[in-house]
Design a protein around this ligand. Structure first.
Ligand SMILES: CC(C)(COP(=O)(O)OP(=O)(O)OC[C@H]1O[C@@H](n2cnc3c(N)ncnc32)[C@H](O)[C@@H]1OP(=O)(O)O)[C@@H](O)C(=O)NCCC(=O)NCCS
Length: 191
């Protein structure tokens, strides 16, 4: 594996990419999740509050049907990170990011940002013009990560209401506000 993650990223953008050991302290492989990963992804999410812990079946479905829009970051001790995302059926130019999780042993070392960048660099997502996600009012880490992404992509950010807290019943869940990043730049044309 090269020490230059960007070189590796551009060399193999689709199924497997890498991050340098210097950033995370150990080698990490970025790849599409498989159904055999669902249980360990569930274990990672369990350790990443305030994320909602979904059923293992949810992570099976994501790995089986949406792996092309999800990222697993695999380290020597198991999953270090996971991004779930999908293209909403009525918005073909939008990538909706559902959950981003980075294990606390590697937080603050750009893994969250790198997983999102890897996703947007996949050739089959080259048509995506907007990245959308929702954030709670107090999730500074999530807001910081998506702001940094927008800055790096030189894209605008807008915020609007999406899921009001009352829609979550009695669970005490915060509002989830929609963050929209874009328009993203078109990739350079093939010459
Ligand atoms: C949010 C999370 C995924 C960030 O992962 P990470 O790998 O530590 O983030 P990165 O190192 O890539 O940081 C990306 C940017 O976010 C900022 N950031 C990261 N953690 C932050 C924090 N706690 N407070 C404020 N900003 C933060 C970084 O400063 C960086 O911005 P910069 O490039 O301007 O310096 C991780 O903290 C996590 O898993 N949290 C628990 C689950 C969660 O809240 N997920 C997000 C909701 S979907």
């Amino acid at each position: 594996m090269t020490d230059d993650p960007d070189a590796y990223l551009s060399a193999q953008p689709h199924t497997v990419t890498g991050t340098s050991t210097a950033q995370t302290g150990h080698p990490i492989t970025l790849r599409l999740p498989h159904k055999a990963d669902a249980s360990s992804i569930h274990g990672l999410i369990e350790h990443c509050p305030p994320l909602d812990l979904n059923s293992i079946y949810t992570y099976l479905l994501l790995s089986e049907h949406f792996s092309e829009t999800c990222v697993l970051a695999e380290g020597p001790q198991g999953p270090d990170g996971f991004v779930s995302a999908y293209i909403p059926p009525t918005k073909p130019d939008v990538l909706f990011v559902w959950q981003v999780a980075v294990h606390e042993r590697v937080r603050g070392r750009s893994l969250g940002s790198r997983m999102l960048s890897e996703l947007l660099a996949r050739p089959h997502l080259a048509h995506i013009r907007y990245l959308e996600t929702t954030v709670g009012p107090d999730n500074a880490a999530s807001r910081g990560m998506f702001s940094a992404l927008a800055r790096n992509l030189q894209a605008e950010v807008s915020e609007s209401a999406m899921f009001d807290s009352c829609l979550f019943g009695d669970s005490g869940h915060d509002d989830e506000r929609l963050i929209r990043i874009g328009p993203l730049r078109l990739p350079p044309p093939d010459i």
